[in-house]
Design a protein around this ligand. Sequence first.
Ligand SMILES: NC(=O)c1ccc[n+]([C@@H]2O[C@H](COP(=O)([O-])OP(=O)(O)OC[C@H]3O[C@@H](n4cnc5c(N)ncnc54)[C@H](O)[C@@H]3O)[C@@H](O)[C@H]2O)c1
Length: 418
Amino acid sequence: MAERVKYAAVGCGGMGRRHLRGMAKLYGSSRCNLELAAVCDLNQDNANYLADEAEQLLGTRPRVFADIEKMVREISDLQAADVTTDTGSHHVVTIACLENGLNVMCEKPFAVTVRGCTKVIETARRQGRIVSVAENFRRDPINRLIRALLDDGAIGTPRLMIETSIGGGDRIIITPWRHMKKTGAITLDEGVHHADILRYYLGEFRSVFGETRLHEKVRYNTRSAGPGGFYARWSSDFPETIEPDGEDALYAQISFASGAIGHWINDHAGHGKATHGRTVYGSKGSIESPGDRNGRPAKLYLDDGSVIDDGRILEFAPSYHLSPLAAELFGGERIWTYQFEFNDTDSRILALEYYELGECIKNGTQPEMTGEQGRADVALNYAPFESGRLGRPVTLEELVTSQADAYQREIDEQLGLL
Ligand SMILES: NC(=O)c1ccc[n+]([C@@H]2O[C@H](COP(=O)([O-])OP(=O)(O)OC[C@H]3O[C@@H](n4cnc5c(N)ncnc54)[C@H](O)[C@@H]3O)[C@@H](O)[C@H]2O)c1
């Protein structure tokens, strides 16, 4: 058995549980390169629960910690941490891991503000350690296929992308902290996936004009088990109602460096019919995405009136090839559809993130989602917030250097990031 890189799971809530399933999938593959040595959480109930689940799923019980420094002291060959704590703590936890010599994969959003991202990037550089952002949507094979279709000119020159997500009403979405500005509003928590997909499809953005809203002043506990059902053990303990102070809707127009335009709605206060759509229009046709992690086929619409949503779509994407592990987990290197339950799909994609981290540590290479990539996603996500405050478009440069920070400054002040 090839040597495996020992890592710790830091953060044992809902996403920590989902990551564990990803690790189980990697353990079951032919390419496992990581080994779960420890779990760490301030909440020891959560840590012990995850350790028990790990014993069932992986065959051995990781050690349980509440303190990163102690964990690194006691497990001398620990090399990495997988950070799945809540968003407001990402920068603190990730920096603590890096300063203790660990390489880190951190869940999205990379940090709660752009300054938080920059601080982590600088720490990783100083410490000579890898930092990777666990952005999963782009790793969905269907998103890989769509990106190849765009690269290979299937629709000519991309001109316009419309990314729409409307729904949510006045429910507490997954957890209460997702509705508070300081811990990352839902428009950041969920929105950042879409920011990443916009950049993944169309390349870097140049400027953004937009606005945000806080529509729902009160949200209600529906005791939802959350995505994949992993939150049922916590949701009945949430308050009946909360009063959010984090914006629940953003509306933006994006100018990409290529000249293409993006129209982006991320509205988690939508009542009535929920709407999710993603279409790219080019000079010769359009591509309709089926969304993420559902395995449904993408649809290619061409000027001659043809609509291609079966295996023939591969003819338009000669450069499309999944990595060997993705091909093993999803059943082929040029798949155009797949059929797994949500949790089964989720764990396959998370296994890919883990594997990449292990390879980067072993080979000294950089991950696809570097800290800089994660920061650019957070910058795009905050663009409509900052643009709304300034009443004018904001540029990538202003956002990444935190010159456009009127909205984020209050969070940075509270978190000691200024
Ligand atoms: N990529 C995805 O599809 C996806 C889906 C869900 C969540 N997430 C991300 O995962 C992260 C976690 O979300 P969640 O829903 O699991 O949150 P959660 O509230 O369920 O769990 C967070 C856990 O972190 C622990 N924690 C908080 N601060 C800590 C610290 N300083 N040290 C150690 N442990 C600490 C908490 O005690 C809790 O157990 C968030 O950043 C979220 O955006 C990503």
